[in-house]
Every structure is written in structure tokens, then in C-alpha cells.
Design a protein around this ligand. Structure first.
Ligand SMILES: CC(=O)N[C@H]1[C@@H](OP(=O)(O)OP(=O)(O)OC[C@H]2O[C@@H](n3ccc(=O)[nH]c3=O)[C@H](O)[C@@H]2O)O[C@H](CO)[C@@H](O)[C@@H]1O[C@H](C)C(=O)N[C@@H](C)C(=O)N[C@@H](CCC(=O)O)C(=O)O
Ligand SMILES: Nc1ncnc2c1ncn2[C@@H]1O[C@H](COP(=O)(O)OP(=O)(O)OP(=O)(O)O)[C@@H](O)[C@H]1O
Length: 448
């Protein structure tokens, strides 16, 4: 019999304690006085933390404990949040309130819950003195997700000869292969969710999407301080900041912790509270998804046979696709569509092993991407307007225009659209906002 009670009846969610020993961060949570939920993150070959970085390391470990709690908090979403042994200052509470509210917005929407006014981290602790520099070496951690975005970021960083390590969290062999393909030094950090979470899920706890990029980011902040890196360079594109849908005045964005709002909050928090010489940014922030697929078509050839953007590959528990692309999910649909304008057709078909745009059974999936009679899918896909621009470009190309879904687009959807808004070129122009440090700005130029 389970020793867990239904977390949906709990009065409080507790951040019990955190520790670090022998390269393993232990993050402990509980509902009320129930059994402990212990997540472990293992940093291979972890060196001893140098004395001048000890304060920053503790601040980063505490931050990781607080951020990673989102996976467990969601199981019960009780009224009270308790942080044992420490009272968050206002900046910390604000960062976490925002992360839990917006990062769980899809979870709340799909479970018909309203977290507004419910997510409230305790606060009132003294704001610490502003963090100083801790002498981090000039080199970057570049997270690898197995897909096109991180490949583009890696190749841009390599093009300016900046020192960098390809890093990933979790045990995906697909990501490991991509990371090795980069030719950079590699670092694989293991993450083990508390087994009790799966027990709670089986009991019918609340479940749904979590802002996993925030969790990976907090893990990499700890890694940067531990191993000595002055920057963490994600590959989150501009399109990730655009909400999936709006509901009762609240934006619901599946990709919230990939968006610029979260990036800026964490960047500022790290400078003020952890280490003033640790940069957190996204190299792809100025670019749309279409600009990224266009760059991938140019730079990504060495990865064509090993990469995948299909998130079904990255499940911890659920079934994985037989080959790298399931061909059925929104990610497969979007990446196929967004690469098509920039790549020879046969090349694309050989990557996917099929032509998704000549398959009538995929109509609903592509309609959702175009925001035609549906909202954008809850997945990491580009804006509806850029999907429409890609579809329109294909409808002008002799090699694509007779494929089943392009024919349908021309006949049924295009007449309802304003052609002046369907040009591809504006999507290839970079935007202005990004937090890329001066030292790496040449890598931005390499993408332009
Ligand atoms: C791989 C994937 O997409 N998983 C999502 C899926 O989970 P599923 O039940 O199919 O299987 P598992 O991934 O094996 O998860 C098992 C359970 O564990 C929970 N969980 C997992 C990881 C974690 O960090 N915390 C957790 O609590 C999970 O809830 C499962 O019950 O559906 C779930 C429910 O919607 C999603 O939560 C799973 O998403 C993963 C957390 C995940 O890694 N997803 C990324 C591929 C993803 O969605 N990335 C977004 C970025 C969003 C952001 O703001 O960071 C993107 O690329 O757009
Ligand atoms: N397991 C992971 N460990 C570390 N970073 C990750 C992991 N999964 C994704 N990321 C990073 O999170 C960011 C967003 O992931 P995303 O899935 O959009 O990127 P991707 O896999 O490179 O490209 P694609 O959009 O084709 O899937 C990227 O910077 C990616 O490197």
C-alpha cells in the first residue's frame, strides 16, 4: 500500500532541505508531513567548490531547489508554500511566483484550475548584498537538446572560436550523439526525479506540463559555478515568447520558460544574487523559427542523420518513436514545414523518411500550426503567421504545390488570408532584443 496521501488534499507544500555531496545535489520536498520526495542531480567528476565560489554555489543550489520544486508542487497545488530554514527575500519570491504562475499556466488551463492568487511564495527575508564577481573563466556552457536550435547555436559559437562545452541534462542517447557530433568537449548531467512523483501520478495527482527549461537552466547555473564557466548560452528563439493562447485575460505559453521574459528575469537575478560575472542568455533570441530553420539548412548538414526535434524521443517513461521522427506530433509537423522552404525536397524527405505534406491524414495537425480553426498546439512550435508564410512559400514552388496539403491550403485557406502578410523574408530579419554578452556577439553576426 502507498504511504502517500492524495496531494490534492494537502494543506502545504514544503521545501524541506537541499544538500550537495560527492557531486550529487539532493533536493527534498514534501506535502504536509508526508513522505519525502527526493530529486537527485549528479554532476560527473565534480571538483571541490573553490572558496571564492562557495557563496555563489550555495545561492545557486538554493535556487535549483526552489525552481525544481515545480514538478512536485503541481501534484497538489496546496494553499501554502513553506520554505524551511530560510525566508526568501522579495526578489527571490517574485522570480518564483512568476515562474510557478506562468510556467504552470498550460497545466492550469488544461486542468481547469486557476493559480492566480494561489501561487504565493513566502517572503520578508532580508535582501542580500549585491553579488560580486567570482572569477569565472571565459568559456561557455552550450545546452544541447538534440534538435535544430542548439545545433545552430553551437555552430555559430564554433565559428568565432569561443571556448565552449556541449552540455545536456538526462540520459537521452540521441542528445549524446548530437553532442558528440559538435566536436566540443561534452558534459552530461544526470537528473533523477523523485520516484514518489510517479506514485503520486498513478494515484491521480494533478499532472501536466512544467517549465522544464527553467529547471535545466537552474541545473546549469550550478554547473557553471562548479566547473567554472562564465556563460550559459541557450538556443531559445524569438518565437518562443509568443503565447499559445489567451484565456480569461491570462497568456498561456507552452514555452514560457524559453521566452525572453523568463530569460531576462533569471539573467538579472543571477547578476544580483548569485555572481555578477555569470551570464545567462539565448543566442537565438533575435531570430524567428524560420530564421533558425534557414540557418540550420545552411549549417546543420553534419547533423542531418542524427538530430531530432520530436519530443517523443525525450520521454522518461512513455513510449518513444520507432525512428527519430514519429511523424504525427506538432513538432514533426512544424519542423517539416519550417525546413521545407530552405532545403532541397529530397533531402528533407530523406531526413523524415516520408512526406508529411502529402498525407491527408495530417490535415488537422497542420491546420493547428496555421491557427486555422484551432489554436497553436501546446508544443514548441513557431507562430501561426510564420507557419502560414512557410506554407504560402511552398504553394508557389512547382515541386511542392501539388502535394495534398498544399493543394488544400491553396484552395481552402489561402483565399481567406491577406497575401501581403504571407511574405517569408520579414521572418528572416533579426529582432533587437537579446542578452548575449559582448564576448560572444560575433556569434550573433555569424547567424545574420
Ligand atoms: C518528453 C515530453 O514531452 N514529456 C512531456 C509529457 O510527459 P509524458 O507523460 O509523456 O512522459 P515523461 O516525459 O516521461 O514524463 C513522465 C512524468 O514526469 C513528469 N515530469 C517530467 C519531467 C519533469 O521535469 N517534471 C515532471 O514533473 C511529467 O509531468 C510526467 O507526468 O507530458 C507531460 C505533461 O504535459 C510534460 O510535463 C512532459 O514534458 C517534460 C517536462 C519535458 O521535458 N518536456 C519538454 C520536451 C518540453 O515540453 N519542452 C518545452 C519547453 C517548455 C518550457 O517552458 O521550458 C518546449 O520545447 O517547448
Ligand atoms: N536535456 C536537455 N539538457 C540541456 N538543455 C536542453 C535539454 N533539452 C533541451 N535543452 C535546451 O533547451 C533549449 C530549448 O530546447 P529545444 O527543444 O527548443 O531545442 P533543440 O532541441 O535544440 O531544438 P528543436 O526546437 O529542434 O527541438 C535549447 O537551448 C536546448 O539546447
Amino acid at each position: 500500500m502507498s504511504s502517500f496521501a492524495d496531494p490534492r488534499n494537502a494543506a502545504s507544500f514544503r521545501f524541506v532541505r537541499h544538500g550537495f555531496a560527492d557531486g550529487v545535489a539532493e533536493l527534498v520536498y514534501a506535502f504536509d508531513d508526508g513522505p519525502e520526495l527526493i530529486e537527485r542531480v549528479t554532476f560527473p567528476g565534480a571538483p571541490t567548490v573553490p572558496a571564492e565560489r562557495a557563496g555563489a554555489f550555495e545561492a545557486a543550489l538554493r535556487l535549483l531547489h526552489l525552481v525544481a520544486g515545480v514538478s512536485y508542487y503541481k501534484a497538489g497545488i496546496p494553499e501554502r508554500i513553506v520554505v524551511e530554514g530560510w525566508t526568501p527575500d522579495e526578489d527571490t519570491a517574485t522570480l518564483l511566483d512568476s515562474l510557478y504562475l506562468h510556467g504552470l499556466a498550460e497545466f492550469a488551463y488544461r486542468n481547469r484550475l486557476d493559480l492566480r492568487g494561489r501561487v504565493r511564495f513566502p517572503t520578508g527575508g532580508t535582501r542580500p548584498a549585491r553579488a560580486g564577481a567570482i572569477g569565472l573563466p571565459q568559456r561557455s556552457l552550450v545546452p544541447i537538446g538534440g534538435g535544430k536550435d542548439s545545433v545552430v547555436a553551437v555552430e555559430a559559437i564554433k565559428s568565432i572560436g569561443a571556448e565552449a562545452t556541449a552540455v545536456w541534462v538526462g540520459n537521452s542517447p540521441l542528445i549524446a550523439t548530437c553532442a558528440e557530433r559538435t566536436g566540443l568537449t561534452t558534459l552530461n548531467i544526470a537528473r533523477e526525479l523523485a520516484p514518489g512523483l510517479f506514485e503520486l501520478n498513478r494515484m491521480g495527482a494533478w499532472n501536466g506540463h512544467i517549465p522544464v527549461t527553467a529547471v535545466n537552466s537552474a541545473i546549469l547555473v550550478l554547473a557553471a559555478i562548479l566547473y567554472g564557466y562564465d556563460s550559459i548560452v541557450f538556443a531559445n528563439e524569438r518565437s518562443a515568447s509568443v503565447a499559445t493562447l489567451e484565456y480569461e485575460g491570462q497568456e498561456v505559453n507552452h514555452q514560457w520558460s524559453k521566452g525572453f521574459g523568463f530569460e531576462k528575469s533569471l539573467h538579472d537575478y543571477l547578476h544580483g544574487h548569485v555572481a555578477s560575472d555569470l551570464d545567462y542568455c539565448s543566442l537565438l533570441r533575435p531570430y524567428s523559427e524560420l530564421a533558425v530553420t534557414s540557418a540550420f539548412a545552411r549549417l546543420g548538414a553534419p547533423y542531418f542523420e542524427v538530430f531530432s526535434s520530436c519530443n517523443r524521443n525525450f520521454r522518461i517513461l512513455g513510449p518513444k518513436p520507432a525512428d527519430r521522427w514519429c511523424g504525427q506530433c506538432p513538432k514533426c509537423h512544424f519542423v517539416f514545414l519550417a525546413l521545407a522552404p530552405f532545403m532541397p525536397k529530397q533531402r528533407l524527405l530523406s531526413i523524415f523518411g516520408r512526406n508529411l505534406l502529402d498525407d491527408e491524414s495530417q490535415v488537422a495537425g497542420f491546420d493547428a500550426l496555421l491557427e486555422f480553426q484551432d489554436h497553436k498546439p501546446f508544443e514548441c512550435v513557431g507562430e501561426g503567421a510564420e507557419a502560414r508564410a512557410a506554407m504560402h512559400a511552398l504553394s508557389q514552388r512547382p515541386d511542392w504545390r501539388e502535394d495534398a496539403l498544399i493543394v488544400r491550403f491553396r484552395r481552402e485557406i489561402l483565399p481567406q488570408l491577406d497575401v501581403a502578410e504571407l511574405a517569408l523574408e520579414p521572418w528572416l530579419e533579426p529582432g533587437a532584443s537579446h542578452l548575449v554578452p559582448q564576448r560572444l556577439s560575433g556569434a550573433l553576426d555569424a547567424l545574420g
